[in-house]
Write a protein that binds this ligand. Sequence first.
Ligand code: SAM
Length: 249
Amino acid sequence: MAANRKKAYPLITKASKKQHTEMVRDIFATIPEGYDLLNRILSLRRDVAWRRFAVGRMKFFKTNRLLDLATGTADLAMEAALAYPHIDIVALDFVKEMIKRGQRKIAKQGLSKRIQLLQADALFLPVDDSAFDVASIAFGIRNILERLKTLKEMVRVIAPSGQVMVLEMHLPGNKYVRKVYRSYLNHFLPRIAGCFTKNQAAYNYLSDSITNFPRPAVFVGIMGEAGLHKIEQYALTLGTTYLYVGYKA
Ligand SMILES: C[S@@+](CC[C@H](N)C(=O)[O-])C[C@H]1O[C@@H](n2cnc3c(N)ncnc32)[C@H](O)[C@@H]1O
């Protein structure tokens, strides 16, 4: 435990692509136990509402299948399974410790027949073209440097008229709210997290990753470059989180 507390990760701006991927793998392999609880505490339970908001905008019209990338402990996948009893879900993540935790939660909810969990990289989706109505990623794309490639993969695997949905955290646009939020991210959040996790450095990374994520207008540009159209954006909770929905032509 003491060794974990001393962990330190490079700043995102200083890490090479390889170091970044290794850091992300290490972080998520060490935090699954307290991950859900800390999400609820640090977001004042807004994370549940944000995922629910995203799920409420999903449209199943052809394949009746959802692909959830960077699924972590499978909260979005389970929310969708409960909201749409007629769909089947493939949920993937490249960290097996997160998947294992997700697997237990899915079994407990009796959803194992409808949610298939895979260990896979979002950059190389092991699924056929046009096989899903919706491809989603919640709080995942911030952790992946190759965002355009990931989005192109998501476009590849959805059917024409299908949706790509991205839920992600941002620094708020309003400068006063941003100032308060920055101070929360840099000072309070790592301290609160330190009381619940063996790997406090993971939560320094969380602040760093939010600070370095592109502004909404820039991210919408990347979605457009990936081939998505009619892109909708919803600012949630003072713009600390956004839902983006783009459509395949
Ligand atoms: C902040 S968690 C989000 C988990 C979940 N979607 C949620 O809503 O709570 C980010 C997840 O992205 C996963 N991840 C990061 N990079 C990935 C990649 N290239 N391929 C697959 N999963 C990845 C991590 O392992 C981690 O489980």
